[in-house]
Design a protein around this ligand. Structure first.
Ligand code: AGP
Length: 609
């Protein structure tokens, strides 16, 4: 996720900006830049790569000025490059902006500006904002910001510099974080508290729709109609490390809690405003594109492979195309039967996993069309595949994947609806129903995250078990696999997932008194069958923790404990049922004193075979 810093005061801005940006490095970034008001003009300096590259570029020639903004970029539109790095300016260089988030309608705005002969220097969505400021400037900086906010759609935190009004910074936000730090004779802006706590602990959080005018001596907050807003200032008492994790104990927990926002970002620009359909502008597929596709392969490793298993259900059920799911390290050596009538979907959070990349190359060599689903813009799989759809989950730092998985599921569900629409498998009513259900998920996840006490108790009760089993049928089975992986990788408990119907073909021999068995029972069409399997393990005195949909009044008769997830459309249940499994693994790892964010023997990105 991008990082933002801003400074206005009596001191030199550039050293603070660089220092503040370094405190946001943990969030991941691919390029960095600053803009400082220097000798009557705004000087912008930026480059691709680490902050060190920017420092070297500026060495001996640091911008001199007491007001400026800085940005570390995590690419969303346009690959990492010097030109795509922020800050962005309009053609005159008088308006400069840094932006976190996505401007959803940037294409149409850009086309209008291009028609008026505006020249764009980057491929970013953010640059349009600087141009819009210049076009709409009427001698009043605040009013121009408000006018531009009325034109843009999407999610953003934005900080503006205007060379004509060099005594202030203006910032605003929607669905992206922004905080103001209050000093004496100086004030600060940041996307996240770690960037400013070395300078001040007096802060306030900006809310959506608020616009702050920040001068060196004062901060004035208003809404878009000009109504003044008084803000409650608080003292931050976190240390620097806690601040990086947003107050959470671990990155994994922070990322679990980021899932509602990550979901919204995955949807951005893809869900029609009237809820009638899903569109992937970046793919722009037509019915003809699918006329000759006889089969889809989905390939990934670990969690990404598990996401692929859910994706198979989605694509087969909603788009009616046969799907084969493969582990990348198997696919690349198994001489698969694949040709130009196939579409290969590669899933990878990092976009750099060696086996996944090799599988992608193999699919291409055999003539398949390829689509990469990844979280990292400009990553190797994104560059190698014919087409790419980004999950926009923001950087995932914990080794155990959480928000990457749920955004992969969501993206594949939207892809399946998209293909279903294109092929005519889904009528308007069914599409609308699915889109409505999709839009509810962030809020449903939020609800789940509000209520985790029960999970903490289970993790303490069963966290010292030697083994734990996960059972489920259909979509529940695919989620069970992911739940078991989470448990083993961070708590080191031996955890296995089985298709519930497979149990009696061998695994039942391992079920003995007191063994915890987590049974997912969220799929109505196989519910009775799952309950029979649940009874099979209960009969061997296992302790059953069931995951069921709210309103299921039957399940408590059979299970020892029940965790309820909000009732949802069948295809959305995996996005909800995985949440308690992520949290159970997390709290079990805590119970056992494990290093949650850096589990033994594992790396975040596996770039070797
Ligand atoms: C899951 O928690 C893991 N960290 C791991 O299985 C991961 O999903 C796998 O290594 C694939 O990584 P990728 O998505 O970056 O390709």
């Amino acid at each position: 996720m991008c990082g933002i810093v801003g400074y206005i005061g009596d001191k030199q801005a550039a050293p603070f900006l660089l220092d503040g940006m370094s405190k946001l490095e943990y969030r991941g970034y691919d390029s960095a830049g600053i803009a400082v008001f220097e000798k009557g003009r705004i000087r912008v300096e930026k480059c691709v790569g680490r902050l060190e590259a920017l420092r070297q570029k500026l060495s001996g020639n640091m911008p001199a000025g007491t007001m400026g903004i800085g940005h570390t970029r995590w690419a969303t539109h346009g690959r990492p490059s010097d030109r795509n790095a922020h800050p962005h300016a309009d053609s005159s260089g008088e308006f400069v902006v840094v932006h976190n988030g996505i401007i959803e309608n940037y294409m149409s705005l850009k086309e209008e500006l291009l028609a008026k002969n505006h020249v764009f220097l980057s491929e970013t969505d953010s640059e349009v904002v600087a141009h819009l400021m210049a076009v709409n400037y009427n001698g009043d900086f605040e009013e121009t910001v408000k006018k531009v906010l009325g034109m843009i759609e999407g999610s953003y935190s934005l900080v503006f510099l205007c060379a004509k009004e060099p005594d202030k910074l203006i910032c605003t936000k929607k669905d992206n974080p922004l905080v103001i730090g209050l000093g004496t004779g100086e004030n600060f802006i940041a996307s996240d508290i770690p960037a400013i706590i070395a300078k001040t602990r007096r802060t306030f959080i900006m809310n959506d729709g608020e616009i702050a005018t920040v001068t060196k001596d004062a901060v004035w907050v208003q809404d878009i109609k000009g109504t003044p807003i008084s803000k409650k200032v608080f003292e931050v008492n976190w240390n620097a490390e806690a601040a990086e994790k947003g107050g959470f104990e671990h990155f994994m927990l922070k990322e679990i809690y980021e899932q509602p926002k990550a979901m919204r970002d995955t949807m951005t620009g893809r869900v029609a405003h009237d809820g009638s359909r899903i569109d992937f502008e970046e793919l722009n597929w037509t019915k003809e594109d699918f006329a000759d596709i006889s089969k889809i392969f989905i390939i990934g490793c670990g969690t990404a492979y598990h996401a692929g298993m859910v994706g198979k259900y989605y694509l087969e059920q909603l788009a009616r195309v046969p799907v084969e799911v493969d582990i990348a390290s198997e696919f690349r050596y198994r001489n698969p039967i694949i040709d130009s009538s196939c579409l290969t979907i590669i899933i990878s959070q990092s976009g750099e996993t060696s086996d996944t990349l090799a599988a992608l190359k193999e699919a291409r060599r055999l003539g398949s069309r390829t689509l990469a689903i990844t979280n990292v813009v400009g990553s190797s799989v994104a560059r190698e595949a014919d087409q790419v759809a980004y999950t926009h989950a923001g950087p995932e730092i914990a080794v155990a994947s959480t928000k990457a998985y749920t955004t992969q599921l969501l993206l594949m569900l939207m892809l399946a609806v998209y293909v279903g629409q294109i092929k005519g498998n889904l009528n308007d009513d069914r599409t609308r129903e699915l889109v409505t259900a999709i839009k509810q998920v962030p809020e449903q996840i939020h609800q789940l995250l509000e209520n985790v006490e029960q999970l903490k108790v289970f993790a303490t009760q069963y966290g010292n078990s030697e083994d734990v089993f996960y059972l489920g049928r259909s979509l529940d089975y695919a989620v069970a696999l992911e739940g078991a992986l989470k448990m083993k990788e961070i708590s080191y408990i031996h955890a296995e997932a089985y298709a519930a119907g497979e149990l009696k073909h061998g695994t039942l021999a391992l079920i003995v008194e007191g063994v915890p068995v987590i049974v997912l029972a969220t799929q109505n069409d196989v519910y009775d069958k799952t309950i029979s399997n649940l009874q099979e393990v209960k009969a061997r005195d296992a302790v059953v923790i069931a995951i069921a949909q709210e309103g299921d009044s039957n399940i408590a008769k059979y299970a020892d404990h029940v965790i309820f997830i909000p009732r949802a459309e069948k295809y959305l249940t995996p996005l909800l049922s995985v949440l308690p499994l992520q949290l159970l693994a997390y709290y079990a790892a805590l119970t056992r004193g494990c290093d949650v964010d850096k589990p033994r023997n594992l790396a975040k990105s596996v770039t070797v075979e």
